[in-house]
Every structure is written in structure tokens, then in C-alpha cells.
Design a protein around this ligand. Structure first.
Ligand SMILES: Nc1ncnc2c1ncn2[C@@H]1O[C@H](COP(=O)(O)OP(=O)(O)OP(=O)(O)O)[C@@H](O)[C@H]1O
Ligand SMILES: [Mg+2]
Length: 285
């Protein structure tokens, strides 16, 4: 295909040899399949900050380290320089998070650098070499859902041990390859210890996963991993080797009955949406 403008510098520098196709155009980025030497990779081109919500970005960026006082002042003023800095921090946050998580044992795409607002990374593929589907497009048996949910909780625990909360974890930001779930899309990752909204975002992330896998294995809807992990984290007792039970003391509280009902409602809505997708696919065919 014709080389998109934003990828030209990388082609000129020899980082990319060929742009094969555009994979996705998301809210925050365009994603391309590219060839680098003999390897097929993925290039995520970040859209301009103006196209993203700055208010939301501010909540996510709380607790992030900036390099100098000048940088912090510029960011506050939202000057051009400040915008550019904020942009760089946003992009670097994704590479940083991906490499830290990869080292910690969380299954994420391997990265090959971030240049001129383009992140080069491993293209996650299925057994046939096709681009891996998103979790939200995958149906699975109850057994498989329990196994993958378990693995996902383990990954989330490893992330929290690293001090990272994804902040936007859902079935749309998880791909599924032959070895199970792969977590993607981390520019908004937050610092677990320094961000006041971290606990809330953490619970939302964990409970999104519980809801999705729970739609195939309803027993999962009763688990309380978010509370269990956060309590251990706050006590300073969460380690990569911690064993989790999914139980949490206050299960019979009325608040929990409410949350189970909410989950059931969410699962029913999920099922309705799935039926609709199936109907649409049948109609299209
Ligand atoms: N490493 C990868 N391998 C395969 N596919 C990928 C990879 N990274 C991203 N994708 C595909 O591109 C889509 C968009 O990527 P990502 O979620 O990182 O960007 P985004 O702009 O935040 O998108 P959205 O707004 O849809 O969440 C993903 O849902 C996935 O289908
Ligand atoms: Mg995404």
C-alpha cells in the first residue's frame, strides 16, 4: 500500500521496509501491519493529543514522573512545548509499561521502540499466522473461560506487583493467541501507588475481566479478586508468588448482593449484544 505520511520517516530511516496494510483505525491510534526485514510487525501510530480528551488524560497522568520543573510548568500551561511533552510522556508510557510488564512475565506484545509517535511491536497472531482476534470476539467453553480468567488474574497480579494499573482493561484491549490472553493498549496505564483513582480503575479492570469470562463460566461472577489483590497490595504483602483464592471476607454484605445483581445484568446485556452480532453476521452472509 501507499506509505502513510506518519510512517514515512521510519521507512526512510530503514526501520520499516514495507507497509503491508492498515489493520485498524481506533480512537487513539491507527494500527498498521508492516514488514521489518524478515519480520512482520505492528506499527501503532498515535493520533494527536487534540483528538483525545485532555480532562481524562489529566486523571490518568496523576502521579507520573516528569523530568524537570520546566517541563511540569510547560505542561500546566498547555503551551505548544507543553503539549509536545505531554504527548511524548503518553507515548513513552506505553513503551515503558509494555517493556516492564514483559519483563515481569505478563503476556504483552514485545516492543521494538517508539520513534516519531510510532510504536513498533510484535504482531500478535493466531496459529494460522492471522492477526489474533480480540477477546470480545472469542467464544469459549466454561472450562477454557475458567483457565483463561485464572491466567488473566495472574497477569493482573504481576502488573500490580510492578505498580501498574492498566486503566482501560476490557475484552477490547485483550487479544487471544494460541497461548491465551495477550494484554494490549497501555498508554493510559497508571501508577498504582501514586494515583488517587488507581484503586477504582483497578477494580474496574478486574471486574471487566470477571464479567466477560463470567459470561461463559457464571461461577466466576462470585469471585472477589479485585478486593483481595488490592488489600494485599496496600498491606505491602502482594508478591509475584502470592496465591489468591478469589474469596473475600465481606461476601455476604448487602453491597455485594448488589454487585452480583449488576454483574448478572451486565452478562445479560453482553449476551444480547452477542446474539445481535451473530444475527448481523448471518444477515450479512
Ligand atoms: N500488537 C498487536 N497485534 C495485533 N493486533 C493489534 C496489536 N496492537 C493493536 N492491535 C489491533 O489494533 C486495535 C487497536 O489497538 P489499540 O487498542 O492499541 O489502540 P486504540 O487506538 O486505543 O484502539 P481503541 O480506541 O479501539 O481501543 C486493537 O484492538 C487490535 O485489534
Ligand atoms: Mg484499544
Amino acid at each position: 500500500m501507499k506509505i502513510p505520511k506518519r510512517l514515512r520517516p521510519l521507512v526512510e530511516d530503514g526501520l520499516i521496509d514495507e507497509v503491508i496494510s492498515r489493520l485498524m483505525s481506533g480512537k487513539e491510534a491507527d494500527v498498521y501491519i508492516v514488514r521489518c526485514g524478515d519480520s512482520i510487525r505492528c506499527a501503532k501510530v498515535y493520533k494527536d493529543a487534540v483528538k483525545r480528551s485532555f480532562k481524562k488524560a489529566a486523571q490518568y497522568q496523576e502521579g507520573r514522573k516528569v523530568r524537570s520543573g520546566r517541563q511540569a510548568r510547560a505542561m500546566q500551561k498547555s503551551s505548544n512545548y507543553g503539549r509536545q511533552q505531554q504527548e511524548e510522556i503518553w507515548q513513552n508510557a506505553e513503551v515503558d509499561a509494555l517493556s516492564r510488564l514483559g519483563r515481569a512475565g505478563v503476556r504483552v506484545p514485545e516492543t521494538f521502540g517508539c520513534v516519531d509517535g510510532v510504536l513498533l511491536m510484535e504482531l500478535v497472531t493466531d496459529g494460522d499466522g492471522d492477526v489474533a482476534p480480540r477477546l470480545g470476539d472469542v467464544m469459549m467453553s466454561e472450562e477454557q473461560a475458567i483457565e483463561d480468567h485464572n491466567l488473566m488474574m495472574h497477569y493482573i497480579m504481576l502488573m500490580l506487583c510492578e505498580g501498574i494499573v492498566h486503566g482501560d482493561l476490557s475484552e477490547f484491549n485483550v487479544l487471544v493467541d494460541d497461548d491465551g490472553p495477550v494484554i494490549i493498549d497501555l498508554p493510559q496505564a497508571v501508577n498504582a501507588a501514586a494515583n488517587n483513582s488507581a484503586q477504582e480503575m483497578f477494580a474496574r479492570d478486574v471486574n471487566n475481566m470477571r464479567r466477560y469470562y463470567g459470561s461463559f463460566a457464571p461461577a466466576l461472577l462470585r469471585t472477589q479478586y479485585a478486593k483481595e489483590m488490592w488489600a494485599l497490595f496496600e498491606e505491602g504483602n502482594l508478591t509475584p508468588g502470592s496465591t489468591l483464592s478469589g474469596d473475600f471476607g465481606d461476601r455476604n454484605d448487602s453491597a455485594d448482593v448488589d454487585s452480583v445483581l449488576e454483574e448478572i445484568k451486565a452478562v445479560m446485556q453482553e449476551e444480547q449484544a452477542r446474539q445481535e452480532r451473530i444475527r448481523e453476521a448471518v444477515e450479512e452472509a
